[in-house]
Design a binder for this molecule. Structure first.
Ligand SMILES: [Zn+2]
Length: 234
C-alpha cells in the first residue's frame, strides 16, 4: 500500500476510530446513566431555539420539572435571554459544541477552540461555569476528548428518537415509556426542526414519570445523588 494511505488509515484509527470505540461504544469515562435512584434526566440538545425552547420551559415549569439543556455556543450568543431563562428557572446548561459541526469534520485546533468559545459564551451570558459536555451526534474524536478535560462527558441511555422520520408525539412517548428505567438519561431536542413534536410529547412524558414514582433531575444533580454512576452500560 502507498505510504500515504497507510498514514491516513493510522491517523483515522488513532484520532477517530479508537476514541469512538472507547467513549461511545464502551462508554469509558462517559456518563450514560445514573443508578440506584428514583431519578430520571431529561436532556435537550441543539438549542436554545426561540421557536421551541420557551414552550419546553413553560411545560417544565408547569410540572415543576428540571432538565439539562446541551446548548450550542453560537445559539447562546444569538439568544442570550433564552439561555439566561433556562438557567434562572433552575435547569442545567451543558456544552454541545459551537455550531454543531461534526466532530470528525473538525480540524484539531478548531475543535479545541470551539469548545473554549462555547464555554466562554455560557460563562459570559449565563454567569455559570459549564460542567457538562455532550458532542454533536455523540461522536468523539481525540480532539474533542482532549478539549473537554475538566468537564463531565455525557451521552445518554435512552434516545427519545424524536429526530427520526415520521416521529410523532405518540411515537416518542411510546418508545420512552417502553424502555424507561430509573437513572435513565433521555436524549431529546429543543433545537431541531422537529422539536414542536418533541414539545407535544413532553406533558405526557412528565405524567408517566410521575405515575412511575420518578422525579426529574439535572445531570449534575443525578450524578451527585447516585452512589455510583454507570459509565459502561447504556
Ligand atoms: Zn446535537
Amino acid at each position: 500500500m502507498m505510504p500515504v494511505v497507510v498514514a491516513l488509515i493510522l491517523v483515522f484509527t488513532v484520532t477517530m476510530a479508537i476514541p469512538m470505540l472507547l467513549f461511545y461504544v464502551l462508554g469509558i469515562g462517559v456518563i450514560k446513566k445514573g443508578s440506584g435512584a428514583s431519578l430520571v434526566c431529561l436532556t435537550f440538545d441543539d438549542g436554545p431555539d426561540p421557536r421551541f425552547t420557551p414552550v419546553f420551559l413553560d411545560i417544565l415549569k408547569a410540572y415543576g420539572a428540571k432538565a439539562t439543556f446541551f446548548c450550542l455556543g453560537e445559539k447562546v450568543l444569538r439568544y442570550p435571554d433564552l439561555a439566561r431563562r433556562i438557567s434562572e428557572e433552575g435547569h442545567e446548561i451543558g456544552l454541545h459544541g459551537f455550531d454543531h459541526r461534526h466532530p470528525w469534520a473538525d480540524l484539531p485546533w478548531r475543535a479545541a477552540k470551539a469548545i473554549g468559545t462555547s464555554a466562554s459564551a455560557i460563562r459570559d451570558v449565563v454567569g455559570q461555569e459549564p460542567r457538562l459536555y455532550r458532542p454533536p451526534w455523540g461522536f468523539w474524536s481525540l480532539w474533542n476528548w482532549l478539549g473537554t478535560r475538566g468537564l463531565r462527558r455525557v451521552l445518554w441511555s435512552l434516545p427519545g428518537r424524536d429526530w427520526v422520520r415520521n416521529a410523532t408525539p405518540q411515537s416518542i412517548v411510546e418508545h420512552i415509556a417502553k424502555s424507561l428505567k430509573p437513572g435513565d438519561v433521555i436524549l431529546l431536542h429543543d433545537g431541531g426542526r422537529y422539536s414542536g413534536i418533541t414539545a407535544e410529547s413532553l406533558p405526557k412524558l412528565l405524567e408517566i414519570f410521575k405515575e412511575r414514582g420518578l422525579r426529574t433531575a439535572t445531570v449534575s444533580e443525578m450524578i451527585g445523588a447516585s452512589n455510583r454512576v454507570s459509565t459502561s452500560d447504556a
